[in-house]
Write a protein that binds this ligand. Structure first.
Ligand SMILES: NC(=O)c1ccc[n+]([C@@H]2O[C@H](COP(=O)([O-])OP(=O)(O)OC[C@H]3O[C@@H](n4cnc5c(N)ncnc54)[C@H](O)[C@@H]3O)[C@@H](O)[C@H]2O)c1
Ligand SMILES: O=P(O)(O)OC[C@@H](O)[C@@H](O)[C@H](O)[C@H](O)CO
Length: 434
């Protein structure tokens, strides 16, 4: 069996379509088994264990599916198996920890620091000080790294694969903040022994449906209960050190760059910002999926308007951005990928500050009022008012309470923009209600 040298937290669809695919496609795949942990629920881990970690990857093109059995995951565990998690991290041969845990799991405050007022973080601080089991992602990472220090197992790389700008430093900041609060010497050990790698990850991976499960059984004869559907396109750009080695991901198409920022900005603004626009404004028009929304001429015009604003703030050549936009339109329009607007609409209060607000601020600094960005904010406010996709965001409460007033929502979301009358007027004007 492949030895476990990578540990993953956030076992779900995207990890299996992306990082696990690159690892399995690398020429040294036999040396790099992955032990993967779910966030909390044991279900996916239980099923994968029944399948010896194997699952079918369905690469869904506009015309047909390609299916292959993926074998990089050699062990699957429930996120609640804390002792097992610490045991892996304490092994010297484990060289890489990867993460796909959603933006919200980083528990950051508005400045990007760890939110020490978060009840989960407060509970984890107690657990970490008194030998209990932490539950949050920062808590579990700090506990795992403490176990590694105690075992003198040496250095490793932590690789965030979530849609956060500067996800390496962002992870370092929350882990460092929590470790410092637990024990300053642990924080110092982490600084010396842990490399936080920054990545741009891209492969549209919708939730698996019952039809997908049936399609695999029909085509292959294997009753795989947990296949993953993804698009043909895939991209991974990484920047940072791997002090104890890594799979030869570059041989499978990953790129290593000194500066990941231009690529992550391009992706966050154009792809993820475009997704958020379609999720809120498209669902308000009655659409269910990205492919449906992007083929509606009204949504398409709004998407172009947003992209025209956003590209001004992506530090890449104009020709590259034109090519990227054209490719994105094809990806979004793939009629066989059922990427639901409801899935993408989740956690808006965590996503919009990353995908949309930087463009708003840059446009306002340049003296322009960005109508495309204002439309995204307006559509999100209307979503909070009950229009379009349902609200699925643990942090949405205070925003919903204020949803009747554009000014109050923006004051909470971005206090620096609260007195920007031109912007508030543009957002209010783009709202269809109130
Ligand atoms: N799906 C995509 O197209 C895609 C593409 C690029 C990046 N991503 C990144 O990957 C993340 C996961 O996407 P997915 O499609 O695999 O979702 P998923 O729902 O299939 O899996 C998410 C995993 O993260 C865990 N998780 C969720 N919230 C958590 C929390 N608060 N604390 C701890 N663990 C938590 C879940 O338990 C699960 O194991 C996204 O949020 C995004 O940051 C996804
Ligand atoms: O995964 P999220 O929740 O951060 O965002 C939803 C989508 O925008 C996202 O998953 C994209 O499909 C993905 O980032 C494409 O690579």
């Amino acid at each position: 069996m492949r030895p476990v040298r990578v540990v993953h937290l956030g076992l779900g669809g995207f990890f299996r379509a992306h990082q696990a695919w690159y690892t399995g496609a690398a020429p040294d795949a036999e040396q790099w088994g992955i032990a993967a942990f779910t966030g909390r629920s044991p279900d996916l881990a239980d099923q994968l264990r029944r399948q010896d970690g194997k699952y079918t990857l369905i690469v869904r093109g506009p015309a047909h599916d390609e299916m292959s059995v993926q074998r990089a995951v050699v062990a699957a565990h429930s996120g609640t198996d804390h002792a097992v998690w610490c045991d892996y991290l304490a092994r010297p041969e484990v060289a890489v920890v990867t993460l796909t845990v959603t933006e919200a799991a980083y528990r950051r405050d508005r400045t990007g620091d760890l939110d020490l007022d978060d009840p989960g973080i407060r509970a984890d601080l107690e657990a970490l000080r008194h030998g209990g089991d932490p539950l949050t992602v920062p808590g579990r990472l700090v506990a795992g790294l403490a176990a590694r220090r105690a075992a003198r197992a040496g250095s490793l790389a932590v690789v965030s694969c979530d849609n956060l700008p500067g996800n390496g430093p962002a992870t370092e900041q929350v882990i460092g903040g929590l470790a410092e609060a637990v024990e300053p010497a642990l924080a110092a050990w982490i600084t010396e022994h842990v490399s936080f790698v920054t990545t741009m990850v891209d492969r549209i991976t919708p939730r698996t449906t019952a039809d997908d499960v049936r399609a695999v059984a029909t085509r292959t004869g294997w009753a795989d209960q947990v296949p993953v559907v993804t698009e043909p396109f895939t991209e991974w750009v990484l920047g940072g050190e791997f002090p104890s080695g890594r799979p030869a991901w570059e041989a499978a198409g990953a790129r290593f760059a000194d500066d990941v920022h231009p690529y992550e900005t391009r992706k966050l603004f154009l792809l993820n910002g475009g997704h958020s626009l379609l999720a809120y404004a498209g669902s308000a028009l009655g659409h269910d999926t990205i492919a449906e929304a992007v083929t509606d001429p009204v949504c398409r015009r709004w998407l172009d308007q947003w992209w025209d604003e956003a590209v001004r703030h992506v530090p890449l050549p104009a020709a590259d951005l034109t090519t990227y936009r054209a490719a994105l339109l094809e990806r979004f329009a793939n009629p066989r990928i059922r990427h639901t607007l409801a899935q993408i609409a989740a956690d808006g209060s965590q996503k919009l500050p990353i995908r949309v607000l930087p463009v708003v601020r840059a446009e306002r600094a340049a003296g322009r009022t960005p109508a495309g960005a204002a439309r995204i904010l307006a559509a999100w406010i209307e979503h909070l008012r009950g229009i379009g996709a349902p609200v699925d965001d643990a942090a949405a409460g205070p925003y919903r309470d204020r949803a009747g007033s554009v000014r109050e929502v923006i004051t909470l979301l971005a206090p620096d923009l609260a007195d920007d009358e031109a912007l508030l007027t543009a957002i209010g004007g783009a709202c269809r209600t109130g």
